[in-house]
Design a protein around this ligand. Structure first.
Ligand code: 18C
Length: 265
């Protein structure tokens, strides 16, 4: 009898916010911590990372990987951006209000669940179609968190040396999920694991710092399974064009948005 009552409750009433957050919270915490360690891991050794794009301080690496004949090359990119903080970078990467302003692959984007306001959301996105492949959509949770505690434990630093002391670390982690149920329609659903880690270095006292004293080191990692047929050559050329375009556009966008605003540490 209780089982039936529970079923009725699940079908008729939305779960309270805390209960919903509980269902995914373990996966979110574990994936976020795992992606954080993965992001800060070096690029040398047996990882097999190949540099495929470079522009000033931005460097992008990939590993060639095919799963069931589909190109799923993992990507790791590092960049150094002056005048912005890690928290600002993460805020603009996470916030649905501004996504259309920097994300050029979008056709539509909706927040389909609020797990925790301003911290953990579930997004459904439909991306622009690339001929001759089918259009893609993505359903994923996105979680933003300050990572300072763990940062102290890691000695790894990717990219060129920067001046100042490390004073704050933030990250956003995005990962595909299968709830709430959103029909795929005519799209093929991609499976993604993406993270953006920012580490802010400050010269002098952070309390009195001006933007010229700030540098943020960014590490962006992405692993996308296209979820169905797509020609390898088309995919690799999209990859080569879209990732550098995204990171350059996004970092420039955050610089422009923040330059006349108070610093958000
Ligand atoms: O991380 C980024 N954005 C976040 C917020 O949107 C989020 C999104 C992840 C992107 C999912 C990619 C979905 C497929 C995209 C289709 C390609 C559209 C190209 C349109 C060109 C006009 O984490 C920034 C993401 C930067 C995206 C770079 C492109 C990734 C290419 C991956 C290819 C896999 C999809 C297969 C498409 C098949 C086409 C032949």
């Amino acid at each position: 009898k209780r089982q039936i009552r529970n079923k009725v409750r699940l079908l008729q009433d939305p779960l309270p916010e805390t209960a919903k957050s509980h269902l995914l919270s373990k996966e979110i915490e574990e994936t976020t911590n795992e992606q954080f360690r993965y992001a800060l891991m070096g690029l040398g050794g047996e990882g097999g990372w190949q540099l495929f794009a470079e522009d000033g301080l931005m460097k992008m690496y990939k590993r060639e990987l095919e799963v069931d004949g589909l190109v799923c090359d993992p990507l790791k990119a590092v960049h150094v951006v002056k005048g912005v903080t890690a928290r600002e970078m993460c805020y603009y990467f996470f916030a649905p209000e501004v996504r259309y302003e920097w994300e050029t692959t979008l056709e539509s984007m909706n927040v389909v669940e609020v797990i925790e306001k301003d911290k953990t959301l579930v997004f459904h996105q439909i991306h622009k179609r690339v001929w001759p492949a089918a259009q893609r959509d993505a359903l994923f949770w996105s979680h933003m968190e300050q990572m300072d505690k763990e940062c102290k434990a890691s000695g790894d630093q990717l990219g060129p040396p920067v001046s100042g002391d490390l004073c704050s670390t933030w990250m956003v982690c995005n990962k595909s999920c299968d709830t709430p149920e959103i029909p795929v329609g005519r799209c093929l659903r991609v499976f993604l694991t993406v993270c953006l880690v920012g580490q802010t270095y400050v010269v002098g006292d952070p309390k009195s710092a001006t933007r010229d004293k700030l540098t943020t080191r960014i590490t962006y990692c992405s692993s996308i399974n296209p979820g169905g047929w797509a020609p390898a050559s088309v995919l690799r050329s999209i990859y080569k064009r879209e990732y550098p375009k995204f990171l350059k556009r996004f970092t420039l966008y955050v610089k422009e948005q923040t330059e006349n605003k108070p610093i958000l540490f």
